[in-house]
Write a protein that binds this ligand. Structure first.
Ligand SMILES: Cc1cc2nc3c(=O)[nH]c(=O)nc-3n(C[C@H](O)[C@H](O)[C@H](O)COP(=O)(O)OP(=O)(O)OC[C@H]3O[C@@H](n4cnc5c(N)ncnc54)[C@H](O)[C@@H]3O)c2cc1C
Length: 407
């Protein structure tokens, strides 16, 4: 089928075609399923229904899109990946991100195929790629949030096992995950170099799972875990002992950037809704859009979206050129989280009362975008990263303009 690629689409033909294909799948299959089961953004989605969506997505060839081509993926570059995620976020489908496996599947483990053993491939990674098992990423603890290196969950070696004791909290996808990529201290004397990563099954009696809470967005797929003398086979150690923290941080730059495309997709939907409302709602015998105060709000929103999107695509392009974008990704995450939220706030203002009644899409997007100023590194932590990087260059007396080449 011919692609709907627009002249100003920034990605490849392959990405344009994929966006068309995924949108069609969402419209024809997933949205009707959501409607039939009364699935909204909020609440606890039935695990069986989610598993069915993952399975159908895998059969349709979408679940593994994030993997490299040799593993059945689309081999998309960073620009294309951002565009795909932005486009599907802007659809009306509630479960769109599940189609790409964002909260359970391949995007969370793609980078681990390089270091996993045969045993780990067979028992963990390939079942994830086939949508048979769901995975979550468990780093955060009660006393270790922004200061992730302060984790205290302990894994002590005992023969062919590690004895795991500790807690994890706010783990996305934890409500239905079969196993976690979990970070624990194996050598308390070594700080971050004493942290190791493990595949940990979550179904045993030594694992207590609590998902009896909801975030401000009303979503209920996060969970807290308590591990009490949980025996993890040494064969589940990911990479080498002491490499865990490095592994946890290895994807952080890309993840920060990819979150931007989701925030932009949501903010774009809020803006579209504001434009529609402004042109159809009448007060004082005129459309709201006739008032300059409203026009300026819309103009301001469009300008923020344009600036934010330009930043994101520029950083994505630099990464595709092999540039280390640590600073740019932090700048994008900071700027876009703060401004996408302000766009949602202005969109809500344009809607008046209807925009603050629960159940209106803009009201939900406002709450959702509020979360992004905290998750995947708070705005303050992004600013710390940017400042550290800038000042390091001046300490070395060698300021750079765009970034640094990798290697
Ligand atoms: C919905 C949700 C989903 C999540 N998903 C996951 C997941 O899947 N896996 C996972 O491991 N974690 C996950 N997290 C954890 C998330 O990454 C942390 O909540 C986040 O990093 C902030 O940590 P904290 O909540 O402990 O806040 P804190 O670290 O206690 O921060 C509180 C405030 O202090 C500020 N602050 C802290 N340190 C500094 C500093 N050095 N300089 C300036 N300001 C500072 C922060 O910016 C913030 O404003 C999730 C959290 C939520 C709420």
């Amino acid at each position: 089928m011919a692609s709907n690629r627009r002249a100003d689409f920034e990605g490849s033909d392959k990405a344009a075609q994929l966006i068309d294909d995924v949108r069609r799948f969402l419209t024809e299959e997933i949205v009707p399923l959501e409607k039939a089961h009364g699935i909204g953004y909020e609440g606890l989605h039935p695990t069986e229904l989610l598993r069915n969506v993952w399975k159908r997505s895998a059969e349709a060839g979408f679940y593994t899109l994030a993997l490299p081509e040799r593993l059945g993926g689309a081999g998309l570059n960073t620009v294309d990946t951002c565009l795909l995620k932005e486009a599907i976020t802007a659809t009306e489908s509630v479960l769109a991100h599940h189609v790409l496996g964002e909260f359970s599947g391949p995007p969370r483990v793609g980078h681990l195929f390089e270091i996993a053993t045969e045993h780990q491939l067979e028992n963990y990674l390939l079942p994830v790629a086939r949508a048979e098992k769901a995975v979550c990423f468990a780093l955060t603890e009660i006393e270790a949030g922004s200061d992730a290196a302060a984790i205290s969950t302990r894994a002590e070696r005992e023969g062919d096992y590690f004895r795991l004791n500790g807690q994890k909290r706010y783990i996305t996808g934890g409500a239905y995950a079969d196993f976690a990529i979990l970070f624990a201290v194996t050598d308390p004397q070594k700080g971050p170099k004493g942290v190791s990563a493990f595949f940990v099954d979550l179904d045993g009696p030594e694992v207590e799972r609590n998902f009896d809470y909801e975030s401000i967005s009303g979503q209920r797929y996060h969970a807290d875990f308590t591990f009490t003398d949980c025996m993890v086979p040494a064969a589940n150690l990911l990479g080498e002992e002491g490499q865990g923290f490095k592994l946890a941080m290895s994807r952080i730059t890309l993840n920060r950037l990819l979150h931007c495309s989701v925030m932009l997709g949501f903010a774009r939907r809020a803006f579209d809704s504001a434009c529609r409302h402004a042109t159809t709602r009448r007060q004082f015998k005129r459309a709201l859009a006739d008032f300059q105060a409203i026009q300026h709000k819309l103009a301001w929103m469009e300008t923020q979206l344009y600036a934010a999107r330009g930043m994101m695509l520029h950083a994505a392009h630099l990464r595709d050129q092999g540039v280390d974008i640590r600073r740019q990704a932090a700048m994008c995450k900071y700027f876009i989280a703060e401004n996408a939220f302000l766009v949602a706030d202005q969109a809500m203002q344009v809607h008046g009362g209807v925009g603050i009644i629960k159940g209106h899409p803009v009201e939900w997007i406002f709450r959702m975008l509020r979360m992004y100023r905290i998750v995947t590194g708070t705005s303050e932590i992004q600013l710390n990263t940017i400042a550290k990087d800038v000042l390091k260059e001046y300490a070395n007396d060698a300021p750079a303009v765009a970034g640094r080449k990798v290697g």
